[in-house]
Ligand binder design. Structure first.
Ligand SMILES: Nc1ncnc2c1ncn2[C@@H]1O[C@H](COP(=O)(O)OP(=O)(O)OP(=O)(O)O)[C@@H](O)[C@H]1O
Length: 250
């Protein structure tokens, strides 16, 4: 874990998931540091989405446990936000109202809500569209709204499931930089799942590499490169190759 991270925010302990006879996740153990950006990569069908669903307690696990701030993770007590591959905006709310939603639910004081709202919209370049409705903006803009909403609500843990999977490469590079800016500003603890090894090495402080089923953690790679990262930096290329070699299942 990078030296700047002192405290474990999330502890995943002996996590096991079976669907009937099918053992998907097999005794997974790891910690996520407070404010860390962790990426998870792994072969198709190894259980990445299942894993995020377990973390957010959308589905029950077979064995093991997840702790947040040393307590058993509980969606009633902890704020676990999720950003999916498909943007999910409420069509009857404007951009501003969509971003404010999580803060309203959590009853943020009005002044704090307005400050965070303005700051977030600026960080993701949405200030000029604040009063538009989701059907008036592009789907990449909608995804920015979903991401802004998730960060604005001060989650204990933010789970991201391939949020840029549908976007073209150029736009994705741009949004990845934007994501790092907002993460650096709010110091949120993030778990980001992706198929894309380059994306993982670009974003993460640490990459967890999952095996194929029954899935375990095959390796863990620290990415100690300065930001903004450069895809052509020989050290970047070296880490990308290391992750690729570890994930290779063909
Ligand atoms: N509700 C379910 N019932 C039975 N099996 C399931 C269920 N959900 C997922 N699985 C199985 O669990 C395994 C892991 O699925 P999951 O979607 O989590 O993988 P993934 O790594 O996210 O896949 P991908 O890389 O394609 O996104 C797969 O074999 C899938 O068929």
């Amino acid at each position: 874990m990078p030296g700047s991270i002192k405290k474990a925010k999330v502890v995943v302990s002996n996590l096991t998931k079976q669907f009937g006879e099918l053992l998907v996740l097999d005794n997974i153990n790891f910690n996520v540091g407070e404010g860390e950006f962790l990426c998870i990569v792994g072969p198709t069908g190894c259980g990445k989405t299942t894993f995020l669903n377990l973390l957010s307690k959308l589905i029950p696990f077979t064995k093991g446990n997840i702790y947040i701030d040393n307590e058993i993770a509980d969606p009633k007590r902890h704020n676990i936000s999720f950003v999916f591959q498909e943007p999910s905006c409420m069509p009857w709310r404007t951009v501003r109202q969509n971003i404010a939603y999580g803060m309203e639910v959590k009853k943020f004081p009005q002044k704090e809500m307005e400050e965070r709202l303005e700051k977030t919209m600026k960080l993701v370049g949405l200030t000029d569209c604040a009063d538009l409705y989701p059907n008036q903006i592009s789907s990449s803009m909608e995804q920015r709204v979903a991401i802004a909403r998730a960060f604005a609500a001060k989650p204990d843990l933010l789970l991201m499931d391939e949020p840029y999977g549908q976007l073209d490469v150029k736009l994705r590079y741009y949004l990845e930089d934007e994501l790092i800016s907002i993460w650096q500003e709010f110091k949120t603890t993030v778990i980001f799942v992706t198929h894309n090894i380059e994306e993982a090495v670009y974003l993460a402080e640490r990459v967890l590499i999952l095996s194929s089923k029954p899935t375990t953690i095959k390796a863990e790679i620290n990415v100690d490169l300065p930001r903004p990262r450069n895809f052509l930096d020989p050290k970047f290329v070296e880490i990308r190759k290391e992750v690729t070699d570890l994930i290779r299942w063909w």
